[in-house]
Design a protein around this ligand. Structure first.
Ligand code: ZN
Length: 109
């Protein structure tokens, strides 16, 4: 792990992974065993943000299908759109109909 090789700027000794709590969510951070200094690397910060955003995404939404021309559409809640980067023009959604289970699976491609 690259993270474990991160040295404390004060003590010049390797920092170790620790858990820190922010808004009730356990997040990974690095801590110096000597001076107790805690840091977030960019990687850890990204992980933490994803975790915070994921908590805002509900496990279930009830939506009515919307008729668009001859097709049917579905709107995505804002937090879902943000989390899965639907605003990115490169984002493609893969639909997997499962008629026998009565469900349509949507994957981010
Ligand atoms: Zn230190």
């Amino acid at each position: 792990m690259v993270n474990n090789k991160r040295l404390c700027v004060n003590c010049n000794i390797p920092m170790r992974t620790t858990m820190t709590s922010y808004k009730g969510i356990e997040l990974e951070a690095l801590q110096c065993p000597k001076c107790q200094e805690k840091i977030f690397t960019e990687d850890l910060a990204k992980k933490a943000i994803a975790k915070l955003e994921a908590r805002r995404v509900e496990t279930e939404y009830l939506k009515n299908p919307i008729k668009i021309g001859h097709s049917w559409g579905l709107t995505f809640p804002k937090e879902v759109a943000r989390f899965f980067q639907l605003e990115n023009p490169k984002t493609k959604l893969k639909l997997h109909p499962h008629p026998e289970q009565g469900k349509i699976e949507i994957l981010i491609a």
